[in-house]
Design a protein around this ligand. Sequence first.
Ligand code: R1P
Length: 286
Amino acid sequence: SSSTSQCSYEEYKETADWLLARTEQRPKVAIICGSGLGGLADLLDDKTTFPYEDIPGFPTTASTVPGHAGQLVFGRLQGRDCVCMQGRFHFYEGYSMHKVTYPVRVFYLLGVKTVIVTNAAGGLNGSYEVGDIMLIKDHINMPGFAGQNPLCGHNDVRFGERFPCMSDAYDHELRALVKQTAEEQGCGSFLQEGVYCMLAGPTYETIAECKLLQKLGADCVGMSTVPEVVVARHCGLRVLGLSLVTNKVVTDYDSVEKANHEEVLRTTQRRTQDVQRLVSHLIPKI
Ligand code: R1P
């Protein structure tokens, strides 16, 4: 159950101290790389890399999802210390929500102030094109509706309060900076802003589910991000979220299109440079 799988403050602290003893870098920004978006971490200068299996307390098998390398990379981006998760943990891999979000609390204990979460997502909004970048303005925590919220269980006030507010989860100022930077970097024509809905996965959505999510006001759908954002906001980190629209969801019973991870990774390849340019030019402004 969610209560027995909880991690103690001391466990997060042990992980953070282990990392602090092995790098001189003191990042204020953490970046979580979505499927196929791990190239962001390759941009860092003066890298120190820790495979997840070497880090005490970290889940270890993230590398089983193609497009997720499975290592933590410290380095400098545009002169700023950053830490990148090259590969994230997904609930459908069998991890508890506490394990999925484990790194976020470690980031908090490292002194990180801002988390940039990225993901590959299906486009529900009919006006979105494959290859669009959606700035996340809000989310729908569907697993949360079903009792799978990473904050379920004992609340440790050293991280945050029992009932955190989520209406301001996606930082207003950071969103304005993304829009400005996208214009400067020639990404304005394919930047969208909308609502991300998380489903547990690993199945892609049925046609009926897609129609439902559209009615609920979701613009993109994926299997990650929301638990990380919930835990980040709980401990007071600022959050910026970016979804790359890797495919359009199927909503037509006559369609022969089928969602598949190969297409997802192909689209991320096509747009990876743009996402990297956007994020790296944003970093000095944060
Ligand atoms: C499905 O193609 C995979 O891509 C997305 C989904 O969540 C799922 O894991 O990955 P990220 O959200 O990690 O980018």
